[in-house]
Design a protein around this ligand. Structure first.
Ligand code: GLA
Length: 373
């Protein structure tokens, strides 16, 4: 590939979520960070009304007609790009015909938000090639809409926001109710953040995800009859205890997870600001436990992966990150023991599940970047 054939290089990041899982669509605060693994779009105008798509890793080429963008749902390749272009166009932005080469280094199906990185970078690239300045938050919102209305996952805003607005060496404390953010430096002292992919294919993720979301909406509907709230995150864990009896079964478990996880985010940020990484580690363990027992989004593989990590002496905390049902864990591990930790966890996990995990070394990075070539 010769980058000089293109006019702009636009990137958007994959992400990990440090804590605050399955609370973004309940108005909670989350703490994701953008990663150096990303989707890169090389783009140039082509003077037609077509968007031509190519990939660095695929032989396929796909052409999208700018006037028929709503007709490509379900495309094997190009679905995310078509949905993103359509949502941007529907918001009143002009699209110009262009050639795009896409290069994704976010592992697919890993729970590190390759889809958000593709959606966000595609929109940012389309705006750039049309000569338009854009607000990254606006791009994130349209990318989320593409995921929901085109790809069919009723997701929250966390992934697209982190992909668009990430900052090197910082996590984003994002209030998903107001979309206000605060950057929190990720300074882990003697610890490293290790990401391990369970490599379990997570095919049920869409339906299960949408089901969890519906359960939290049901909890909110019932609770609203008793408490003056707009979203589940409006209740502190203490207040929730007063009302919990009006909920039952799984719906109660799901709501319990949400309010306690919101509490853990507050504590985690305080711990990070105070440099108390051990306290952060404990919160990661509690989060995983809750996602496993109350929210039931881990499954046997992520549980085995987190358990192996948690029992290693150099690890002070580990949990699943992202939607769950497969994907990755994050662990806080003493820096000089990372190799030993990874070897131990991989062996234990493979023995327990038969899947070979992958360990990633990636940095916390910026969200959208735009470069003129
Ligand atoms: C997926 C969704 C996010 C968020 C997480 C769980 O990654 O896209 O909006 O809900 O799951 O925290």
């Amino acid at each position: 590939m010769n980058e000089r054939e293109y006019v702009y290089k636009v990137t958007a990041a994959g992400r990990v979520n440090i804590i605050g899982e399955h609370v973004d669509y309940c108005g909670g605060k989350v703490l994701p960070a953008a990663l150096a693994v990303k989707n890169t779009v090389y783009i140039r105008p082509n003077g037609t009304n077509k968007i031509n798509l190519k990939w660095t890793t695929l032989p396929d080429e796909v052409t999208l007609d700018i006037d028929k963008l709503d007709s490509y749902k379900g495309l094997k390749y190009g679905n995310y790009q078509a949905g993103s272009a359509l949502m941007w166009q529907r918001a009143g932005h002009k699209l110009v015909g262009c050639d795009m080469l896409q290069d994704c280094t976010v592992p697919f199906g890993s729970g590190l938000s390759s889809s958000a990185a593709i959606e966000v970078s595609t929109i940012a690239a389309l705006a750039t090639v049309a000569g338009e300045e854009f607000d990254p938050v606006d791009v994130a919102l349209k990318a989320q809409q593409a995921e929901r209305e085109y790809a069919g996952v009723n997701c929250g805003i966390m992934d697209q926001y982190a992909s668009a607005c990430g900052k090197e060496n910082h996590a984003i404390l994002l209030d998903c109710k107001t979309l206000q953010r605060e950057y929190v430096p990720v300074e882990l002292g003697e610890y490293a953040l290790v990401i391990i992919n369970s490599n379990k294919p997570h095919n049920l993720v869409e339906s299960k995800y949408n089901e969890r979301r519906a359960e939290t909406e049901e909890a909110l509907r019932v609770l609203k009859e008793y408490a003056d709230i707009e979203c589940l995150a409006d209740l502190t864990a203490e207040e929730f205890e007063k009302y919990a009896h009006v909920l039952s079964g799984k719906v109660r478990d799901r709501a319990t997870h949400v309010v306690r996880e919101c509490e853990r985010v507050r504590l985690a940020v305080a711990a990070m600001k105070a440099g108390n990484i051990e306290a952060l580690g404990k919160l990661l363990n509690e989060s995983h436990d809750s996602l496993s027992k109350l929210y039931e989004v881990t499954g046997k593989e992520l549980d085995a992966l987190a358990k192996a990590a948690q029992e290693h002496p150099a690890c002070i905390g580990s949990r699943m990150t992202g939607a769950g049902f497969g994907g990755c864990t994050i662990s806080l591990v003493k820096k000089d023991c990372v190799k030993d930790f990874e070897a131990y966890v991989c062996e234990q996990y493979e023995g327990a599940t038969g899947y070979k995990p992958t360990c990633y070394e990636t940095e916390i990075s910026d969200g959208i970047t735009v470069e003129k070539l």
